[in-house]
Design a protein around this ligand. Structure first.
Ligand SMILES: C[S@@+](CC[C@H](N)C(=O)[O-])C[C@H]1O[C@@H](n2cnc3c(N)ncnc32)[C@H](O)[C@@H]1O
Length: 207
């Protein structure tokens, strides 16, 4: 196999964004995204996950878990696909169209668009699945091990919450997950994601 030079080394990035209130029906995404269970935050997270200036990141998987009305939970997976025409200007429209395609029964996954999958799956089931598949799942939290002290190899999954963080019902699950911090400040979810990318970008260069 051809040896990759340093500038070609890429560490994959996988994120889980959890929102207790983000709506689970495309019909409920209207002009005011804040009233759709703060869908504006999910959209900012998606933009930070994938978009660079005049480019997109190809090495990203973003899981969105929405637990708002009317039919929670919904799990959306978005990953880079060259056939997905994703525009920064219409991320709300994309999420809306993905939600329209969500199957009503559990255990069925629908490919809504190239690189976009939707199913009825809970946060707990997703974290469990990632864990069992051998991923290192980390909770992004203001208090935790500094991300700069971690040796990252692309097998990591970073879990983060919306403006309300995580409800008490998730506490027993989250207690089992190692926490990592990116800053001494409490940041917006999208800002945290940008910093994680930046830390990994810097590690790639220094490898
Ligand atoms: C706006 S914050 C949530 C604030 C919420 N009131 C709470 O107490 O969790 C959104 C998410 O960003 C992540 N986060 C915020 N600041 C962080 C930091 N300094 N380091 C790592 N993750 C952070 C956490 O996952 C958090 O759930």
């Amino acid at each position: 196999m051809e040896e990759k030079n340093k500038s070609e080394m890429q560490i994959a990035r996988e994120f889980v964004y959890y929102s207790q209130n983000a709506v689970t029906s495309g019909n409920m995404i209207k002009d005011d995204l804040m009233k759709a269970g703060r869908m504006d935050i999910a959209i900012n997270v998606l933009i930070s996950a994938f978009f660079l200036s005049h480019d997109v990141r190809k090495d990203v998987k973003l899981h969105l878990i929405f637990e708002g009305p009317p039919t929670p939970p919904v799990h959306i997976l978005i990953e880079y696909d060259e056939d997905l025409a994703i525009s920064k200007k219409d991320v709300a429209g994309l999420i809306k169209r993905i939600l329209y395609k969500c199957p009503s029964e559990k255990g069925k996954t629908v490919k809504a668009f190239p690189g976009c999958f939707v199913e009825k799956k809970s946060f707990e089931a997703l974290v469990d699945e990632l864990d069992k598949s051998g991923k290192n799942v980390f909770l992004l939290d203001k208090k935790g091990t500094d991300i700069r002290d971690l040796k990252l190899n692309g097998n990591e999954v970073f879990v983060l919450g919306d403006q309300d963080g995580f409800p008490d019902s998730k506490r027993h699950l989250l207690k089992r997950i190692d926490k990592i911090t990116v800053s001494p400040k409490m940041l917006f979810a999208s800002q945290v994601l940008t910093i994680v990318h930046n830390e990994i970008d810097r590690k790639e260069i220094s490898q």
